[in-house]
Design a protein around this ligand. Structure first.
Ligand code: SAM
Length: 404
């Protein structure tokens, strides 16, 4: 397992749960029996998003210490406070619009949205340096979450925290609005096709049933869009290499572009520019399963009970954005983004707060280490897209660069 597999894990996670959701396995087997081997994208769609049984549709909490993996907002509120600081700058650059709509894709139970709102409202030590009474009065929070159980939990939590009046949970995703779009660890779970280069041919890996379990089946590509994507990326896979291609990213970009009248999109995820993603260092692809805080590469077990993810092709994402009239402001690492928006000030605010206990201090220090560590979440990328943002100077999150 390579280092990247460790991005979302916690130490000492125990054995990998491999049992699948029996009814979901049956549903997928039935579809294969009737229409033949399915693309991996279709398998992933069913495994993660089947309306009743998919991993992301059932009541069980997914990210979090009790779930299968940790994401940045669940590690410490300092992540949300840092994003809040970047949002203040964006709001000011846009001329302090009211409303300022914050659309959050894959909002889950509202962990990130709530920590942002609490920081903007000036709550706690972090709120002393991430608060903005003007923005908290202007903001309209529009979470976009596919899981109905998470949506209900989010609405209850946001209301209980006193932000019910700024919640716009039913705002259509593509209705034009001035503000910001946020997507943290959202794109990596969109369904991907799997391809393999064999000699001078590009083949596709389908999912078949061999009588006892799901297996790879190699065939001709299901769509010419797969080869076209690699051509547009300017890459040729090396002989024998396997790769994932997410075609859904174009539709997602079209949606956020339609919804962003003026403002900025902040997309945080693990991924790479195409030449890195499809280069020799990742010749086996980046498909990973997460279950019980274990990362592994066996996609065929734990069907419906484990997350499936692949790294994001940021070149394809940026091309799609530009073709929809958005400007690509920059692609940086999460570590550089967080330092740029002011982790020093956030840390100082915690240190100088008379209510900070030793436990609080150690928690924020260790969380920040993990959020900045290039071998952990600091190596995630932050892609910043914009439409109609005044000013030529780079946003704070794009202003800091470490030596390579
Ligand atoms: C890996 S979790 C990340 C959650 C949160 N952004 C975080 O950082 O903790 C992905 C989230 O996206 C949601 N999701 C996945 N596909 C979605 C879609 N097409 N529309 C809306 N939400 C989706 C899932 O239900 C899940 O809550």
């Amino acid at each position: 397992m390579d280092l990247e597999a460790g991005l979302r894990r916690i130490p000492d996670p125990g054995p990998i749960p491999t049992e699948s959701e029996p009814a979901l396995v049956e549903r997928i087997r039935t579809e294969i029996a009737s229409t033949g081997p399915m693309s991996f994208a279709r398998f992933m769609e069913l495994a993660l998003y089947d309306p009743d049984l998919g991993y992301y549709r059932v009541p069980k909490e997914r990210p979090g210490r009790a779930g299968d993996f940790l994401t940045a907002p669940g590690i410490h509120p300092i992540f949300g406070a840092a994003i809040a600081r970047q949002l203040i700058e964006i709001w000011e650059r846009l001329g302090r619009p009211e409303p300022f709509t914050l659309r959050e894709y894959g909002a889950g139970s509202g962990e990130l949205g709530l920590t942002i709102l609490e920081a903007l409202a000036g709550r706690g030590a972090l709120g002393r340096v991430a608060g903005s009474p003007g923005l908290v009065a202007a903001i309209r929070y529009a979470p976009i979450e596919i899981n109905p159980h998470r949506r209900t939990a989010l609405v209850e939590r946001v209301a209980a925290a006193g932000f019910g009046s700024i919640l716009a949970a039913d705002l259509p995703a593509d209705r034009p609005a001035v503000g910001a779009v946020l997507a943290n660890e959202f794109l990596d779970a969109l369904p991907v096709h799997r391809v393999r280069r064999v000699g001078d041919r590009l083949l596709e890996l389908y999912v078949d049933w061999d009588g006892t379990g799901f297996v790879d089946r190699v065939g001709q590509p299901s769509t010419a869009d797969l080869a076209a994507r690699l051509t547009a990326d300017g890459v040729t896979l090396q002989d024998g290499a396997t790769a994932e291609i997410c075609l859904e990213v174009d539709g997602w970009i079209a949606e956020i572009a339609a919804g962003l009248e003026r403002g900025v999109a902040l997309i945080v995820d693990y991924g790479h520019p195409a030449t890195e993603l499809y280069g020799p260092a990742r010749a086996d692809g980046t498909l990973l399963a997460y279950s019980g805080h274990r990362a592994h590469d066996d996609w065929a077990v734990g069907v419906g009970r484990q997350d499936l993810t692949a790294h994001v092709d940021f070149s394809a994402l940026e091309r799609a954005a530009v073709s929809r009239g958005l400007t690509q402001l920059g692609l940086t690492s999460q570590a550089e983004f967080l330092v740029g928006v002011g982790t020093d000030e956030l840390l100082d605010a915690v240190r100088s707060d008379p209510d900070t206990t030793m436990e609080d201090w150690l928690a924020v220090r260790s969380a920040l280490g993990r959020l900045l560590d290039p071998k952990a979440m600091g190596g995630f990328r932050v892609c910043v897209l914009a439409r109609g943002l005044p000013g030529a100077a780079p946003l704070a999150g794009l202003s800091f660069r470490l030596a390579r």
